[in-house]
Design a protein around this ligand. Sequence first.
Ligand SMILES: [Zn+2]
Length: 265
Amino acid sequence: MNDARHHRQRILAEVGEAGQQRLERASVAIVGLGGLGSPVALYLAAAGVGRLGLIDDQPVERSNLNRQILFEEGDLGHPKVDAAARRLRALDSSLRLDARQENVRASNVEAVVAEYDLVVDGTDSFETKFLLNDAAVLLHKPLVHGAVLQWGGQVTTVLPDEPCLRCLFGGPPDPDDIQTCEEAGIIGSATGVIGSVMAEEALKVLLKARTPLSGRIFQHDGLAGESRVTSFPRDPDCPVCSPRALITDLARYEEQVSPRGQVLV
Ligand SMILES: [Zn+2]
C-alpha cells in the first residue's frame, strides 16, 4: 500500500518500497508493555510493521503514567494489552494486533517466540530476560534486549549465531544485587531513549539494514549526559549458544534452568 503516512521513511535508502513491504509483512512480539514496550509499540506501529504481538498480563496502574506513554487516565484498571491495542489501532487501523494477556514463562515461551519474526524484550524481570534470550537462541530468532533504571539503560541485539545475553552476563545477577524501578526510581524519558533505540534495532533487523547492536551493548547515562557502545565476544563456553551448551531444549527448560534463570545442569 502506497500510504502517504510512510513517505518520509520510504525515501530512505535503507527502506524504499521493498523495505516498506518487508515491514508490512513482518511480525514482532513485544513482551512487556511498560516504559520500554510503550515507545517500541508506538514506533513499530507508526512505521507500518504489519503484525504486533502485545504480551503483558498486567492492568494499567496510575504509577505507570510517568513513563508508559501508551496509556492515559481512562485506561486505569484495564488490561494493558487491551488499552495498547486501542491506542495502536487508533494510530493505524490496518495493523494486525494480537492482544495476549499472559506472562511469558518456560511453558509458553516457545509458542510466543516461534510465532513472530523478531522478539522485543520490554520486561523488567531478569528471569524473563534470560528466558527470552535462551528461547531466541534455541529457536534462531532475533531478540532486541533492553533494560532501564533511574536515568539510564542499555540495549543489545541478539542475532542467530551471534553473541547472546549469556555470553555477556552468564546469568541473572544475585537477587540481593538487583534494584527495581519500583525501589530505585525511573525517569520516564530514559525509557523513551532506550525504547527508541530498541525500536531502531528492530527496524534495522527487519530491513536488513546495517548495523544492529549485535555483539555490542549500547549504554546510556542520561544524568551524566553520556552514551557509549562496547563490543563483547561470543563466549566459547556459553551455556546456551556454544557447542558446549547446557541449555539445549525448551521442553526440558525447567530441568536445565532454575526459576531464577541460573543454569542447573
Ligand atoms: Zn551465548
